[in-house]
Design a binder for this molecule. Structure first.
Ligand SMILES: O=C(O)CCC(=O)C(=O)O
Ligand SMILES: [Fe+2]
Length: 241
């Protein structure tokens, strides 16, 4: 992790308003939580916390188990629609979650498969550590550094907008880049906001708090010289209709 601001131990659930930006947006419950060491990243409209949730041994075991039991989407569910054209996604993907939930993005809708005990255990570990509850997990598997995820925001309507997204990484450490929406491209109006680069490690947990996903894009760029598998799980709170 290169750029960094303050190191802190979050002690109690009622510190919730600090991580989500403003109390007035709170629309969910947050329970008591434990304490892993989170590093806090605070920039203009960005609030993220990063810490190591699992030791190397625990993370090795989880990765091995994931490789054994997870099955990934195929066919249309493994494609995205960009500017009217369908493309294979440059990685594998699957979602699990509460019954009836699905996740719509880039022209596709990913239905949640039922929870698996392994995923429930990880979800509950994250809830114990952060106090936040999740009803859906999107899993991305990058076979090596040539698999990637392009710049996007996780700001779909079916996500509870002010709820944090918890991102657990297993396997190959990879760069993860945040860019402020007004700092991107030729017509950028905010050249004064530099990107934020994190390195997401094996066993690392990144909390993306409100309002990060309303203002900042994130991506996992290609890294052709990396050859190991990485699995990322983003635990989310979807709106239940
Ligand atoms: O693999 C990652 O770390 C990124 C995952 C992500 O951004 C997503 O699932 O929306
Ligand atoms: Fe994302």
């Amino acid at each position: 992790m290169d750029l960094f601001v303050v190191k802190t131990k979050r002690k109690r659930a009622d510190s919730q308003s600090e991580s989500s930006g403003s109390k007035k947006f709170k629309s969910y419950e947050k329970s008591e939580c434990n304490v892993i060491d989170f590093k806090k990243f605070r920039l203009e409209n960005l609030s993220c916390d990063y810490g190591i949730l699992y030791s190397k041994r625990e993370a090795d075991n989880l990765l091995k188990e994931c490789e054994k039991i997870l099955c990934y989407n195929e066919g249309k569910l493994a494609k995205i629609c960009l500017f009217g054209k369908w493309h294979n996604i440059p990685r594998k993907q699957v979602a699990h979650g509460d019954e009836g939930l699905s996740y719509k993005f880039s022209g596709n809708s990913i239905p949640a498969r039922p929870w698996l005990p392994l995923l429930e255990n990880i979800r509950d570990d994250i809830t114990r550590q952060t106090g936040y509850k999740f009803n859906f997990v999107l899993i991305n598997r990058y076979k090596d550094g040539s698999d990637y995820m392009g710049e996007h925001k996780d700001d779909e309507k079916d996500l509870e907008a002010d709820h944090p997204i918890a991102s657990l990484s297993l396997g190959q450490a990879r760069d993860f880049i945040f860019k402020h929406q007004d700092s991107r491209g030729k017509n950028s109006t905010r050249r004064d906001i530099p990107p934020l680069k994190l390195v997401l490690q094996h066993g690392g947990l990144l909390m993306m708090n409100y309002p990060t996903n309303s203002y900042w894009y994130h991506s996992l760029p290609c890294r052709k010289k990396l050859f190991n598998v990485r699995i990322n799980m983003t635990f989310r709170k979807m709106v239940v209709k």
